[in-house]
Design a protein around this ligand. Structure first.
Ligand SMILES: [Fe+2]
Ligand SMILES: [Fe+2]
Length: 258
């Protein structure tokens, strides 16, 4: 099975680029399943029903999220809508709305969040162990979006789950890494997928906004860059039909101008 995992899509520009690139890639690469990291799709911060629907129309099967998942207040009420196929990180406190995993019958997806420089959450290592001990996703590929800042925490999760899931792919930094590999036990791993966002930006955001915060230490609103040359960052994982573990992982990076 051929699975594409797409990095953080940034704002309306990112959604436009996803809609331009993804349908072509599905044909070109004969993709069976696509996940898209959606935590920045609504104006760069959070998500809404309408913006998630745009990702689904572009070809996403499951939309994952991260620390920005609650930035749009209306989404707290919308996240549980099964038609949206949205995940929140599993290791948020159990009292929060939303679900942290989804078995679609084709591919099973788990969303986790890191704790180093991100926030206070339950242990992603323990929570994923608990889920997998229930037999979650047996008989099909199981893929993990680990939304985390620290490369070390992401590497640790790759090794922790090696041989037990088909893929562990990092998100959150918006910077693609060149370390995609299949670990010895058969789990595909990459530290960060990257983003679908503007090239002339600071991780998808207007450079002046980011500079203002660093130069003055005053609050500055971050506006996504909506035009120009965009990067589309993703990886494709091919899984074995028998074991459902990974046979290969390759970067799939494209450019698109809007
Ligand atoms: Fe992000
Ligand atoms: Fe994030």
């Amino acid at each position: 099975m051929r699975i594409l995992m797409v990095g953080d899509v940034i704002g309306g520009g990112g959604r436009k680029v996803l809609a331009g690139v993804l349908p072509r890639l599905k044909d070109e690469l004969s993709l069976d399943f696509v996940t898209v990291q959606g935590e920045n799709i609504a104006g760069g911060a959070g998500m809404t029903r309408r913006t998630v629907e745009e990702l689904l129309q572009a070809g996403a099967d499951v939309v994952t999220s991260g620390n920005h998942v609650w930035d749009q207040k209306e989404f707290v009420e919308q996240i549980d809508d099964p038609a949206l196929s949205v995940l929140k990180p599993l290791n948020y406190p159990a009292s929060t709305p939303g679900r942290g995993y989804l078995d679609t019958g084709t591919v099973a997806v788990i969303n986790l969040i890191g704790r180093v420089f991100v926030g206070e959450f339950d242990s992603p290592f323990t929570r994923v162990d608990e889920l997998l001990s229930t037999g979650f996703g047996e008989g099909r590929p199981v893929i993990v979006d680990f939304h985390a800042e620290a490369s070390s925490e992401k590497a640790a999760m790759g090794w922790h789950l090696d041989g037990r899931v088909s893929a562990v792919c990092g998100t959150h930094t918006h910077v693609p890494t060149a370390d995609a590999r299949v670990l010895p036990g058969g789990t595909a791993f990459v530290t960060d997928l990257g983003m679908v966002g503007a090239f002339d930006s600071a991780i998808g955001v207007e450079i002046d906004d980011v500079l203002k915060r660093f130069l003055t230490s005053m609050p500055a609103k971050f506006r996504p860059v909506e035009t120009g040359l965009f990067k589309f960052n993703s990886v494709m994982i091919e899984t074995d039909e028998g074991t459902h573990l990974a046979k290969s992982i390759v970067r799939v990076d494209r450019e698109w101008r809007i």
